[in-house]
Write a protein that binds this ligand. Structure first.
Ligand code: HEC
Length: 153
């Protein structure tokens, strides 16, 4: 019993301790002129879906509700943001070549269809980011339309 209490105490101290370790926040001035919403024909519906479900990891600004600031959740998220942003940054869409845009749109379609995105570890705590069947259909239809329009250029 004594040991259990001690172990419990150590875990508690460690949990409180890691809260004090600073994490780099993904926050910066957004240049909306290069955002996908300015470049592609993006309805308000689609923009809301992408903002709510994807922008935390695929843009230059993350919304941080309190539960996402708790460690170790914040570390996991920081890592996902770093990798996610490097692969696809909706805020910097204008800087992508047509070829890259096409490849990202194809990838968006397959990731959303296969339920790979948004990451399940994220929707587990971030419930409102979960996409319904009709959300997914909307995104896929939109991405296919954008793909066609870039192909035809
Ligand atoms: C919690 C963070 C997170 C969220 C939220 C998220 N992603 Fe991702 N995304 C990642 C990470 C990390 C990767 C790279 C590793 C991987 O593929 O698993 C990635 C990769 C991708 C890729 C692959 C890019 C490529 O080059 O092929 C696409 C496309 C993508 N995400 C689309 C989306 C879309 C669309 C949404 C919203 C519906 C979304 N993601 C939400 C973290 C996230």
């Amino acid at each position: 019993m004594k040991y259990l209490k001690l172990i419990g105490f150590i875990i508690l101290v460690a949990f409180v301790g890691i809260q004090l370790v600073p994490t780099a926040l993904n926050k910066s001035e957004v240049d909306l002129t290069t955002d996908i919403s300015e470049i592609e024909n993006t309805s308000e519906n689609i923009q809301i879906l992408l903002s709510e479900s994807c922008y935390d990891c695929h843009s230059n600004n993350t919304n941080y509700p309190w539960y996402i600031k708790i460690q170790p959740v914040a570390w996991f998220l920081e890592d996902h943001i770093k990798v996610g942003k490097a692969e696809l940054n909706f805020n910097e869409w204008a800087t992508y070549s047509s070829r890259r845009k096409r490849s990202k749109l194809k990838s968006i379609i397959s990731q959303v269809e296969k339920d790979e995105m948004p990451l399940s570890s994220y929707t587990l705590i971030h419930r409102e980011a979960k996409l319904t069947k009709s959300d997914k259909e909307l995104i896929v239809r939109w991405a296919n339309q954008r793909l066609d329009s870039i192909n035809n250029n």
